[in-house]
Design a protein around this ligand. Structure first.
Ligand SMILES: Cc1cc2nc3c(=O)[nH]c(=O)nc-3n(C[C@H](O)[C@H](O)[C@H](O)COP(=O)(O)OP(=O)(O)OC[C@H]3O[C@@H](n4cnc5c(N)ncnc54)[C@H](O)[C@@H]3O)c2cc1C
Length: 277
């Protein structure tokens, strides 16, 4: 089986165009190596962790760029990144998983329990992608909120590479999750929220209630329009109703509609204490 370790994007493009079908990218390997071992897979692999273009965190006047192979440890330690993104990264798995696992791998894996996805959707992030079409390689971008799962996860083609994420600035952002300690806190439920107080804009997504996170407009309206006191009283029930609507027939619904109330209260408290509302 082929093992590639390109040193630059140019080298990667050359190698991928010549590689046999079925080549997979590997970053931290915290999802893929488990699949390889559990399913006894023998895959052609391209290790993308030496690519400088994918490793950086950059700060711009209107936002940030986080390369796809930036690990959760680095995100949680980067004080200038949005608070919600850092909180999300600090809650992933365990220290060992955070030091290897990457945001590109989280989105590439597209697990319903993936923590980065609801947070990136709430932040209205855009995924940067290198699209391989026949012999042409075209840089493209996909708004996280428009992601649709298909045969290649969220990517349009089997050889497409996530290079990074562009994230606009927000006044306030928050991430919360309910997980099980026994399974190293993999999400049973999560919430990502971003608020722009000046423009009165809010985006809120619930994760682990379907194949992709769901947007909750009723909660967004409440955050923009209600007083702090009203929000503390009403947000838990609003999120609970959203869970009921999202997964009415799931066995986990009665548990999740109760558990999400704690996430709603935590978010409302954070909004009030941070002066978000
Ligand atoms: C014990 C344990 C606990 C965990 N806890 C959590 C948790 O709390 N929250 C959570 O969200 N996840 C958790 N995970 C899952 C995993 O750690 C994350 O999904 C992580 O972000 C995967 O990143 P990676 O770099 O290791 O991906 P890899 O395993 O390297 O790759 C995963 C998939 O994405 C593809 N891929 C990787 N990078 C790219 C790219 N740049 N472009 C295109 N495709 C790409 C790969 O081909 C593969 O299909 C846990 C896993 C374990 C084993």
């Amino acid at each position: 089986m082929l093992r590639l370790r390109p040193k630059s994007l140019g080298e990667l493009v050359e190698q991928v165009l010549q590689a046999p079908h079925g080549l997979r990218y590997i970053a931290g390997g915290t999802d893929l190596t488990i699949r390889i071992h559990l399913d006894g897979l023998d895959l052609h692999l391209a290790d993308i962790t030496s690519l400088e273009d994918l490793k950086g965190i950059s700060l711009y006047p209107h936002g940030y760029r986080v390369g796809s192979t930036v690990t959760f440890s680095r995100i949680s330690a980067s004080n200038h990144l949005p608070g919600g993104l850092r909180a999300m990264a600090s809650k992933v798995g365990s220290p060992q998983i955070r030091s290897r696992g990457t945001m590109g791998g989280n989105v590439g894996n597209l697990s319903p329990a993936g923590d980065a996805i609801p947070m990136l959707m709430a932040l209205n992030a855009t995924m940067e992608v290198l699209q391989f079409q026949e012999e042409a390689v075209i840089p493209g971008s996909i708004p996280m909120g428009d992601m649709k799962p298909g045969p290649f996860g969220v990517l349009p083609g089997p050889r497409d590479l996530i290079t990074g994420f562009s994230i606009p600035r927000w006044d306030f952002s928050h991430f919360g999750k309910v997980g099980s300690r026994r399974t190293v806190t993999i999400s049973k439920l999560s919430v990502g929220c971003a608020l722009d107080r000046g423009g009165k804009r809010c985006r809120l997504y619930l994760g682990a209630v379907g194949s992709l996170p769901i947007r909750c407009g009723e909660a967004e309206d409440a955050i923009v329009n209600l007083s702090g006191r009203e929000l503390l009283a009403e947000l838990p029930a609003i999120l609970s109703r959203a869970v009921e609507r999202a997964i009415p027939n799931r066995a986990s619904m009665p548990y999740k509609r109760e558990a999400v109330k704690a996430l709603g209260l935590e978010l409302a408290q954070d909004l009030v204490s941070e002066g978000g509302v």
